[in-house]
Design a protein around this ligand. Structure first.
Ligand SMILES: Cc1cc2nc3c(=O)[nH]c(=O)nc-3n(C[C@H](O)[C@H](O)[C@H](O)COP(=O)(O)OP(=O)(O)OC[C@H]3O[C@@H](n4cnc5c(N)ncnc54)[C@H](O)[C@@H]3O)c2cc1C
Length: 324
């Protein structure tokens, strides 16, 4: 079975989810004793070939042109569709990122491929692949087998290991007919932040309605910065205007899988759990011992977060000081 990974990039930089797709692709290709093919689309992106090869890429189909300087659904989908038609892979992998969520269903429809979105795990048995993915806002996980010849799978970020394994890294120029672009990107507003991106973060400290006010996030930020973490929020905090929407974790926000998730003043509604329930370690700080999050957390700290968070920050600083 031929394996194709889509090397998502923006401005010549691949997100962690792209490396995860490459590494998972390499592992499947190894078990099938086949090459890992990679589709790379962008403008002046040949410099990424080395990094792709270091993650196991054997043959890189690169579509490099000014037309692809900014992401456009129609053009990128056209290239990926053409690459799939040429290679006829059994499986196509990409991240469950905003680009992956946008492009994968369109390409799947064009190819007539089965789509497995938000995959959290895979079992490869001979020539058969079983996909594990959540349903009903993460209440159950299903094991799916897809019968179409091409299967397109988007991988939940932070769920698949990144391995360094050298591939052949053969760069092949690839061209595809692309439609005339109907929408033009005139401006990109980048939100600058020193903190890690929410979906890629190893540690997230999140705040909810229990903070009581927008300024309450200051202490959440301080703890997050001490830990080198990203800051997240519940929808209640976002709806109150205390935090921008892109910080929302949950069913209608971002899905995250950090090693550590610290929920401060968050009750643990099912829609919030849908976004962070698969975190490896959950710490809940809440004054209500019966709050849902306190029951499902690995560590529950009962009390007022305004007393606990400053103490926690001091302890972390002290611990870090002892380490250096
Ligand atoms: C279709 C739909 C989609 C949704 N999508 C999302 C989503 O993506 N993400 C999301 O988060 N929600 C989502 N929601 C909303 C969700 O149902 C909850 O309303 C929301 O998650 C509640 O946020 P919260 O936990 O911050 O607030 P609350 O439920 O009000 O909880 C506040 C918590 O803070 C505690 N607290 C109060 N003061 C303190 C203190 N001083 N110290 C310690 N603890 C304190 C309280 O005990 C309580 O447990 C969605 C709802 C719907 C209907």
């Amino acid at each position: 079975m031929t394996v194709l990974a889509f090397a998502e990039q923006r401005n010549g930089k691949m997100p962690k989810a792209a490396y995860e797709a490459l590494s998972q692709g390499r592992r499947i290709a190894d078990s099938m004793e086949d090459n890992l093919y990679v589709c790379l689309v962008g403008n002046n992106v040949s410099g990424l070939a080395e990094e792709i090869a270091a993650c196991g890429g054997d043959e890189i189909l690169m579509c490099d042109s000014e037309v692809f300087s900014s992401y456009q659904t129609e053009t990128y989908a056209a290239v990926l569709t053409a690459a799939i038609r040429e290679l006829e892979p059994g499986i196509v992998l990409m991240g469950y990122t905003s680009m992956g969520k946008d492009i994968a269903p369109r390409v799947a429809e064009r190819i007539g491929a089965g789509l497995i979105s938000d995959c959290t795990d895979m079992e490869v048995k001979g020539n058969e692949i079983y996909f594990i993915r959540p349903m009903y806002a993460g209440k159950v996980f299903t094991r799916v087998r897809v019968r179409t010849p091409v299967k397109i799978c988007t991988l939940r970020p932070n769920n698949f290991r990144v391995d360094k394994k050298q591939g052949k890294g053969e760069l092949r120029k690839f061209t595809a007919e692309v439609p005339e672009v109907r929408a033009k990107v005139t401006k990109i507003k980048v939100q600058e932040s020193k903190r890690p991106e929410l979906t890629e973060a190893e540690i997230i400290v999140s705040g909810g309605r229990g903070l009581g006010k927008a300024e309450g996030f200051r202490i959440v930020e301080e703890v997050a910065d001490t830990l080198g973490a990203a800051v997240g929020a519940s929808r209640a905090a976002v709806d109150a205007g205390w935090r921008p929407q892109q910080h929302q974790v949950g069913q209608t926000g971002k899905v995250v899988t950090p090693n550590l998730y610290v929920a401060c003043g968050i009750s643990g509604a099912v829609q919030h759990l849908a976004g962070m329930g698969s975190s490896r370690c959950i710490v809940a700080i809440n004054k209500d011992p019966d709050a849902n999050i306190m029951k499902m957390a690995d560590i529950s700290i009962e009390g007022d977060l305004y007393k606990i968070l400053p103490e926690l920050e001091n302890q972390i600083r002290e611990f870090k000081g002892r380490e250096t």
